[in-house]
Design a protein around this ligand. Structure first.
Ligand SMILES: [Fe+2]
Ligand SMILES: [Fe+2]
Length: 271
């Protein structure tokens, strides 16, 4: 037997193994589209010369600061997800690109906070220190559950940014509007990509994936609330301002998310 044949045999596929989702192709399509159509630049895409001087209502700035804080746990999100998916090239390559795209969100918000004089440099430095003293850990155990969680979390994040952009529009700050809409667009694109990942799982194991969807939805909460300084007051402000409520979660996150996954919610209790 030639060396080539034996190498080929040792690398051959086990026909009885459980099929694995093909995430490589999904990632590659997403990445090529992002490179061609979606890249934006923190320094040059935002109209920084049009930043207002403290024109945005204080309570809305406090909410924006909470969104910033959530974005700042990126090292933990990335670490947990990469570790969980270490053996899948498609997911790992996607996660590194996702991390790059997400990293711009906090940078743009922090720049706006400083340029609009909504926060002083020392305030941001202190806030960043406080954020560093906490750590986020993943709310679900398996890769599939975390992919499902992220489907709903990214869509909920998009809803949060879109609603904040509506409430801050009256302040007449084109730089802030641009930032919020750029971030919302990224979050929506991430949501759809996670949908594609979960659809792969559904195609392979519909029953098991639906059980995981039911489990995730039953235990769903947005990330990093326990880590963010002053979360209680910020959370209340987010709810009372109508930016994100339980009703919004059902109407704008859970139901459209399930629909994109091709799941009828009446299937879930059975699952
Ligand atoms: Fe983000
Ligand atoms: Fe996100």
């Amino acid at each position: 037997m030639s060396q080539l044949a034996s190498a080929g045999e040792s690398a051959s596929v086990d026909r009885n193994a459980v099929p694995r989702p093909n995430f490589r192709e999904i990632n590659r399509t997403f990445f090529d589209h992002a490179e061609a159509k979606r890249r934006w630049n923190v320094k040059t895409t935002i109209p920084w010369d049009k930043v207002s001087d403290r024109a945005v209502d204080d309570q809305l700035v406090t909410i924006l600061e909470a969104f910033y804080a959530t974005e700042m746990y990126l090292p933990d999100y990335t670490k947990e997800l990469l570790e969980l998916n270490r053996d899948d090239h498609g997911l790992c390559w996607f996660l590194t690109n996702w991390c790059y795209e997400e990293s711009k969100h906090s940078m743009a918000i922090e720049d706006w906070m400083l340029r609009s004089n909504s926060r002083a440099k020392t305030q941001m430095d202190d806030f960043n220190e406080a954020l560093l003293s906490n750590r986020w850990t993943k709310p679900f155990e398996t890769s599939r559950q975390m992919l499902i969680y992220t489907v709903f979390q990214e869509l909920a994040t998009q809803v949060n940014y879109l609603n904040l952009s509506k409430l801050t529009a009256a302040a007449g700050d084109p730089a802030l509007q641009k930032i919020l809409l750029l971030i919302a667009s990224d979050e929506g694109n991430h949501h759809r990509l996670f949908v594609d990942f979960v659809l792969e799982h559904i195609a392979i194991d519909r029953e098991g994936t639906l059980k995981d969807v039911a489990h995730v939805l039953k235990n769903f909460s947005m990330p990093a609330h326990d880590q963010i300084p002053g979360w209680e007051a910020r959370g209340k402000a987010i709810e009372s301002s109508g930016i994100y409520t339980g009703k919004q979660f059902v109407k704008r996150v859970m139901l459209p998310g399930l629909q994109r996954l091709g799941i009828n919610r009446r299937e879930l209790p059975r699952a």
